[in-house]
Design a binder for this molecule. Structure first.
Ligand SMILES: CC(C)(COP(=O)(O)OP(=O)(O)OC[C@H]1O[C@@H](n2cnc3c(N)ncnc32)[C@H](O)[C@@H]1OP(=O)(O)O)[C@@H](O)C(=O)NCCC(=O)NCCS
Length: 333
């Protein structure tokens, strides 16, 4: 649709929005249904409560709500969106893409739409992909969304996973930014050899759904927590350092660090390795748990809307997750 520009255009985030379901499930609630304790969950993960979707809601419902807020925040109309990218591990259906369901409901009549699968790094991948279309001048307004209904793919009898996750969605409108601002540097990473540490084994073409797969709980999240923990700390710290270097931004010049919200111990360990003080680290994992692709845009939306993030701030964002994947970016707001 567009001709190639002579120079690349800076791409930045012009609007953000988040949606969380109302229903709060506390650690004390979980103590009643599974062999765990509030003390264990808080000391090992930092999570105090999480939001859980009603049975009637799917990821596209969350995505539409978050997208509507991001579009309003950007001061545009749904029909001005050129492309909808939904990063999710919990699409409404295997197909069609959840992004197409969102595209229709937000009235983005002229937009293309697709889903993107990169585990919990999905929003970071979507942000980077969105920025490519904006930087080349192909599109003006690209919607990057992370939306999850993880409660539907959790084994609520498995204490190793059920205490960690929550539902929610976050969205960002990616648009041309002033030269020198917006996304300054980014990098996407993957290591498929670690895929076995975090997956949902059945329901795909390798292991189609059967009575046996259901009986064996193979449609739920399977995770080796310790392997993911070690990977997450290392990947977050190293990729953050690499993109800061690429952008020519010193650690001391970072105003806010927004890591994927999986576990407060991962966040603190990565921040310590980077030399970032606690007041620069934004986190809400205590309130929402791990919302996967939604975690970074939810933190971002809360920080922008509360006025914490201001024009000119340097924001460092790092995601990690199934794949294994990880991704980092530095933005000048
Ligand atoms: C999952 C995680 C919190 C577990 O913490 P940990 O300190 O590694 O704990 P371990 O897995 O070593 O388990 C320690 C013990 O606690 C038990 N335990 C696990 N979950 C428990 C729970 N909810 N309540 C009480 N005990 C629990 C284990 O069974 C184990 O007991 P055992 O030694 O008798 O077998 C941590 O490894 C983690 O956060 N990993 C990363 C997960 C993640 O981020 N995933 C998403 C990536 S996008």
């Amino acid at each position: 649709m567009a001709t190639l520009p002579k120079e690349l255009i800076s791409a930045g985030i012009a609007g953000v929005g988040a949606y969380l379901p109302n229903n709060i499930v506390t650690n004390e609630d979980l103590e009643k249904t599974v062999d765990t304790s509030t003390e264990w969950i808080i000391s090992r993960s930092g999570i105090r409560e999480r939001r859980i979707a009603p049975a009637t809601m799917a990821s596209s419902d969350f995505a539409v709500a978050a997208a509507g807020k991001a579009i309003a925040d950007a001061g545009i109309a749904g029909e001005e969106i050129d492309l909808v990218i939904v990063a999710t591990n919990t699409p409404d259906m295997v197909f069609p893409a959840t992004a197409c369901l969102v595209q229709e409901r937000i009235g983005a009549k002229k937009a293309g739409a697709f889903d993107l699968a990169a585990g919990c790094s999905g929003f970071m991948y979507a942000l980077v992909v969105a920025s490519q279309f904006v930087s080349t001048g192909s599109y003006k307004n690209v919607l990057a969304i992370g939306a999850e209904n993880l409660s539907k793919i959790i084994d609520w009898q498995d204490r190793k996973t059920c205490v960690l996750f929550g539902d929610g969605a976050g969205a960002a409108v990616v648009r041309p930014a002033e030269p020198g601002s917006g996304i300054l540097a980014y990098k996407l990473y993957a290591d498929g050899s670690g895929g076995k540490h975090l997956n949902l084994p059945a329901g795909g073409s390798r292991m189609p759904a059967t009575h046996e797969t259901v009986d064996n709980k193979l449609h739920y999240i399977h995770m080796s927590g310790r392997d993911i923990f070690r990977f997450a700390v290392r990947a977050t710290a190293r990729s953050a350092a690499e993109v800061l270097d690429m952008a020519g931004v010193k650690v001391s010049d970072v105003d806010y660090f927004i890591p994927h919200q999986a576990n407060v111990r991962i966040i603190e360990a990565a921040a310590k390795r980077l030399g970032l003080p606690a007041e620069k680290v934004l986190s809400n994992v205590d309130r929402y748990g791990n919302t996967s692709t939604a975690s970074i845009p939810i933190v971002l939306a809360e920080a922008v809307q509360s006025g914490r993030i201001k024009k000119g701030n340097h924001i460092l964002m790092v995601g990690f997750g199934a794949g294994l994947t990880w991704a980092a970016a530095v933005l000048k707001w």
